[in-house]
Design a protein. Structure first.
Length: 103
């Protein structure tokens, strides 16, 4: 059963089509375009791996959009996340803010 102490996110990485399209284009690309397509392939691969957990990435984006610094304004940050995701529990919002503040 879900509790309000946890934030439940479903993350979908459906990058296979994009990867395949890049490979097709790279196979038939003019020499001048190939370096850019290779770089796009590297960026896509890095995105697929992801550096940090998607929930913290979402929280960081939501806080940036709200113009709130989680290190300086923890309570405002918690409120901003709960407004951005109605139903987000207090404990889950606190966890997200602390995770984002840790960097």
């Amino acid at each position: 059963m879900f509790s309000s102490k946890e934030a439940h996110f479903i993350v979908l990485h459906d990058l296979d089509e994009a990867r395949e399209a890049l490979e097709r284009e790279l196979a038939q690309a003019e020499p001048a375009l190939a370096p850019g397509l290779r770089r796009a392939r590297e960026i896509l691969a890095a995105t697929a791996r992801g550096g940090d957990e998607p929930k913290y990435r979402w929280a960081r984006q939501a806080l940036d959009a709200a113009g709130v610094d989680p290190r300086a304004e923890e309570l405002k940050a918690i409120r901003a996340l709960r407004q951005a995701l109605p139903g987000l529990g207090l404990a889950a919002a606190v966890d997200l803010v602390k995770g984002v503040a840790r960097g």
